[in-house]
Ligand binder design. Sequence first.
Ligand SMILES: Nc1ncnc2c1ncn2[C@@H]1O[C@H](COP(=O)(O)OP(=O)(O)OP(=O)(O)O)[C@@H](O)[C@H]1O
Length: 725
Amino acid sequence: MLFKTISAYIRSSPILFALILVGALFELVFHYLSALSYKYLIDKALIPQDREVLAVIVITLISLGLMNLIAGITSDYAKAKLGSKLLFDYQMKLFKHAQMQSHRFYERFRIGDLLARYTEDIPNIQTAALLTLSSGLVSGLSVVAGLVILFVMEWKLTLLAIGGSALLFLPYRLLKSGSLKLNETYYKHLEHFTGAIDENIKGYRVIRGFDLRATMLSRIEGTLRSMLSIGVRRSFVNANLNRLPMLAISVLSAVILAYGSYLTFGGSLSIGSFIAYNSIFITVGQSLFGISALLPYILSARTSFGRLQEVLDWQPDVVEYGIRELPPVRREIALSKVSFAYVPGEQVLQDLDLVIPATGFTSIVGASGSGKSTVLQLLLRFEDPDSGLVRYDDEDIRDSVYASLLKQVGVVFQDSVLFHASIRENICIGRPDADERVLEEAARAAGIHETIQSFYDGYDTIIHNQGGNLSGGQRQRIALARALIRMPRILFLDEATSALDPETERSVNETILSLAASRTIVSVTHRLTYAAMSDRIVVLDQGKVAELGTHEELITLNGVYRRMWDKQQGFVLSKGGGSVHVESNRLSQFSFFQGLEVAALQEISRLFVTEKFGTGTHVVEQGKEGDKFYIIVRGKVEVVRVTETGERKKLAVLEDGEHFGEIALLHNIPRTASIVTQSPCICLALSRDDFNPLLDQYPSVREALEASLQTRNQRRDTRDPVVAG
Ligand SMILES: Nc1ncnc2c1ncn2[C@@H]1O[C@H](COP(=O)(O)OP(=O)(O)OP(=O)(O)O)[C@@H](O)[C@H]1O
């Protein structure tokens, strides 16, 4: 398969291959004529002392040498070009293939797996192809030509040489399968290694926060030790693939020398012929050795080729077969009877029907994990539904040219990736042909033009480290400008502002609201204050549309939305968002504060302290004794538990208005899980020491907390994974 593919590839560049072949033939002719010249030099020039013959031989050799040099240089250039082209073509092919893939592909092939293909496997194939074309081709031709000449000169001796040559390939046959297996194992470990490095870089906060440094170090050490031991065996086998043929050649040379001398003693072979024969045999031997020296490279390339094919054979989930241009959306975008699962059997959306009018501002809200982002992914065709269809007006988007869909939409994510380039390039990446006026218009619409102008280099300011030199609000506004410059008919926002501080969030949302007048906006958000301003709200619950309507309609419904809304109400942020106050009626919603007088609730409310956390902070550490109860005012946290084997398990996600750690108000008991922020968070914290004096005053609170603790212990006994932190 490797040879078939590579030789087809080489044949696709006939001129380069012809140049390489001509170079090989010249080299061959030069080598053999040099060796054969001994026969004439000794028998026709030196022994008879004929100076004229000597001069002819020398001039012929010099001329051939020069021609060989020119052909060699041309062939080297052709090889360099062919090799670089092969590298380029395969790397492009792999890149393009990866671009067409969706989540299943990226779950199967982690970053380490893919990087290894680019940096190890493709270069391995290139090396083997180039070596085969250079020393392999010359050596192969040389062996054939040499054996023919030797056969004509002395057939008995040559038969002996051919028989002996088979010995050279014996080690290959013996070591081949072992070498292939070792190569495969080595690359598997290399993938783990690069994947682990990537994970350790990206997750350094989590690793430090969970004190996983020793665990990670020992994992990497384990991988590196395995690579060390496999590396030793691999190098040893490869060295033997080289050394054993060399040994076989030495033995064969000794036999040829002995038998050739015997023929010379008997007078059936002249001295000149014997020296020429021996010289040609040495060239054949070297060529055979040249071929056997290629074998480790070819074996390695075979493994690499298999690994590369494994990726290239992966069929994309979203196949771009549509041929019709998608007309501009006029009426609606919709999901009809859509079911979708990332993991077979774990349904995220089930028979979902949703129609979003192509006008105004639609918000999609719902609890974490209800499928909001998944709906957006399907509308953008990042994924295709398992059943049902996604349509823009009456067009099934699978039947349309994908680019014509993307042309109509713009998208801003929560973590908008900005590239290491100027602000101008980052915005214009959405529309490379945009002129200065269009660029500034987009930046103005996103409310960032003045800020950019105030930078020393203006639009030419370079964005470093994915936007590290900009504030969160500036990054999101640039991402918004990048989406707007495409003048999209529909703008999709996926939690585009929820990671911003309250003040910036308010101002970016005002900008977004002003955009809704001229285009359709579909926004996934969990912050209901801004969803309330939209024209319609879709409430998702466990992958289904639970409610649909305006804010007022949904509040009157008194259902899921109303509960979510109530949870997020009752917090008063000071101007600038520096501190938060929780209202007494909000506190009364917590089961353990229920029934308390307003005065008592107000007293408790005053005990709460505002705490702010950046993304990736461990608000609560598993195993550490807890002494605070927290309410999340804004932000998103993950409840995670590290198992005894070091595995990190995500148990739940908590958002605005949700709480954790109430048992700590009663006892200083170890936390059963950690709470890690997923976005910047503002929390209200109530410490046990502050709250304790009130417990005697309000026995109902103590009873409710005791009951809560009991429930939690029962849960733990039945191994229920949900914890309150
Ligand atoms: N790539 C993935 N592979 C497997 N499961 C996934 C993947 N992406 C999402 N899920 C799961 O699909 C479900 C819905 O996820 P989705 O992101 O759509 O929810 P969401 O409502 O947007 O949640 P959030 O508000 O937390 O972002 C969740 O249970 C989630 O764990």
